[in-house]
Design a protein. Structure first.
Length: 285
């Protein structure tokens, strides 16, 4: 649907993807335990996100999906277990360090900067890259800094074009529809040039058309940019359509893991969804 990427920015993204694939870069969650007082939110949770693939994490409300995301991105520190990014143990690493290693995310509840424009919000996504740019400027001088700024601008332009939000770039995010706000959040995450992109309910609250657009964008991010995607979503139709691997959480535990076809007919999954009254209609579809 989209022309193959041609800009310097996308070449750089492509190179990173190629590096990432060559290094087998992916995400590994191993034996993660997380407690909030008396609540045992995650119990020895283990799974992997294969490089360049879409892995979905599903489960009933309160199953622990967002807690897994918060542990992976570094907002929560697990009581036990390890998190690895591309083979590097980041369990003790702060949030910004993980971001600079190529981990980006969107939030279940939209987290945009109110009162700022679409473009300003997207630019804030590249903030940690800017810091790296400043460091390289100190080390290599003005030219390196200018190159970094040019590269960043190219990436922002590419993301804006890719997500078809050029016409709203100067609009305040406050006046945008819910679906467009979600898209701007995705744009901000993509401006971070992620290797691993985590999306927490990217189509929640969207109508059918907005959902289909978002599903297409996520597939394009994976297929054209080679980004590893970790997706939390309740829309089972979408999960089953676009994921290559599905991990099912229930009460903080992984109860099933496999291809969409495998988990759909897994007895414990069917039971968990029936038990939560979430229905298995979407699962069986
Ligand atoms: N910061 C927190 N403090 C206390 N308890 C928490 C916190 N975050 C999550 N929990 C609890 O941990 C459990 C898992 O919550 P989590 O938000 O991870 O579920 P979820 O699978 O994302 O649910 P949903 O589909 O509703 O978004 C729940 O019992 C929740 O109440
Ligand atoms: Mg959640």
């Amino acid at each position: 649907m989209l022309a193959p990427p041609t800009t310097t920015a996308t070449k750089t993204l492509g190179q990173r993807d190629a590096d990432s694939a060559a290094a087998g870069l992916a995400l590994e969650v191993q034996g993660v335990d997380l407690r909030f007082g008396g609540i045992h939110a995650l119990r020895s949770v283990s799974f992997e996100a294969a490089p360049g693939q879409i892995t979905a994490v599903i489960g009933p409300n309160g199953a622990g999906k967002t807690s897994v995301f918060n542990t992976i991105s570094g907002f929560y520190r697990p009581a036990a277990g390890r998190i690895r990014l591309g083979g590097t143990d980041v369990t003790e690493a702060p949030v910004h360090r993980r971001a600079s290693m190529g981990l980006a995310r969107t939030f279940q509840n939209i987290a945009l900067f109110r009162g700022l424009s679409v473009l300003e919000n997207i630019k804030l996504g590249g903030h940690h890259l800017m810091q790296a740019g400043l460091l390289s400027a100190l080390a290599y001088g003005r030219k390196a800094r200018e190159e970094e700024l040019t590269l960043r601008a190219e990436i922002e332009e590419h993301v804006i074009e890719f997500l078809q939000i050029d016409h709203i770039r100067h609009r305040s995010v406050d006046v945008l529809s819910y679906g467009l706000q979600k898209r701007v959040e995705l744009a901000r995450a993509l401006a971070m040039r992620p290797r691993v992109l985590m999306l927490d309910e990217p189509v929640a609250g969207m109508n059918r058309e907005e959902t289909e657009d978002m599903a297409r964008f996520i597939l394009d991010v994976q297929e054209e940019w080679g980004v590893t995607v970790l997706l939390v979503e309740h829309d089972m139709g979408m999960v089953m359509d676009i994921s290559s691997h599905v991990v099912v959480l229930n009460f903080g535990q992984v109860i099933a893991s496999g291809t969409p076809a495998e988990v759909r007919r897994h007895p414990q999954v069917v039971e968990a969804y029936l038990g939560a009254d979430a229905g298995v209609g979407g699962m069986a579809a």
